[in-house]
Design a protein around this ligand. Structure first.
Ligand code: NAD
Length: 260
């Protein structure tokens, strides 16, 4: 069994996931970098992690598929023998942004399967593993982090299925936080604002949000960086919130504040 604590990060190959992996490596975690299709990006993330002096492994798995989730957990246990932290980061945006009067069922299902069903059932699967490890005293503590979005509480007429998926994820955090506390497993929601990644790099999206920043979107009025989300997850991983579970960490430049 690995001596260092181990984090399983879904969609860890790029964007916010990579930022999380690198900040976790800095606090001494070995990392399982899950990716779905871009092996090159996953390997580059591993290389950066290993430069920080900790072990990293890649595992290709579609978290939306039950068999792949089983494979992902089995692979992590086989390579490291433990999981101390699960980060449900993998997420997708609608391929085409359609007004909610036009949303099609295929897009709705695709988004809900990846952004909500997958983290729910991966949490369930990993939690069972963590409970066994804790009861065997193989690990001392465990935590689960769900990466939601300001879209969990902010409407968008052409982004409905994504908003619903993230609102659901907020409840996933609450449910498992309440359920798993008795085992010593803490569950948190990290709620990012607008972060510079591939998800927000399209010209139309970037121009739209740049226009919002130009008129003062958030108190800290700039794009966020993946490592700024990663640092929040690292604080959780370090155990900085021992008397908290179900907590939401807003990494959004203060976007969530109401102002009058
Ligand atoms: P991204 O598109 O750059 O990265 C998403 C990652 O998830 C990719 O590595 C992708 O391959 C992976 N992924 C997607 N579907 C998968 C699947 N079925 N199985 C395994 N991996 C899968 O996006 P990002 O901006 O880094 O987003 C990361 C998370 O943060 C997402 O959950 C997203 O909803 C959330 N988020 C992003 C922003 C933002 O502004 N970028 C804001 C709030 C929340």
């Amino acid at each position: 069994m690995a001596e260092r604590k181990v984090a399983l990060v879904t969609g860890g190959s790029r964007g916010i996931g990579r930022g999380i992996c690198l900040e976790l490596a800095k606090v001494g975690y070995s990392i399982l970098v899950n990716y779905i299709e871009n092996l090159g990006a996953a390997e580059e993330t591993c290389r950066c992690i290993e430069e920080l002096g900790v072990a990293a492994e890649t595992c290709q798995a579609d978290v939306a598929a039950t068999a792949d989730r089983d494979l992902l957990v089995a692979f992590t246990m086989e390579r490291f023998g433990r999981i101390d932290l699960l980060v449900n980061n993998a997420g997708i945006a609608p391929a085409v942004r359609k007004d909610i009067l036009e949303t099609d069922e295929a897009s709705f299902d695709r988004i809900l399967y990846t952004n909500l069903r997958a983290p729910y059932f991966l949490t369930q699967r990993v939690a069972r593993e963590m409970i066994e490890l804790l009861e065997a005293r193989a690990i001392e503590s465990a935590a689960i982090v769900n990466v939601s979005s300001i879209r969990s509480f902010t409407t968008a007429r052409n982004y409905g299925e994504y908003c619903i998926s993230k609102t659901g994820l907020t409840m996933v955090t609450k449910l498992f936080a309440a359920r798993l506390a008795e085992y010593g497993i803490r569950v948190y929601e990290v709620c990012p604002g607008l972060i510079e990644t591939d998800m927000t790099s399209g010209e139309t999206v970037r121009t739209y949000y740049d226009g919002k920043f130009a008129t003062g979107l958030a108190p800290i009025n700039r794009w966020g960086k993946p490592e700024e989300v990663g640092r929040a997850v690292a604080a959780i991983a370090r155990g900085d919130f021992p008397y908290s579970t179900g907590m939401v960490l807003h990494i959004d430049g203060g976007f969530h504040l109401r102002q009058l």
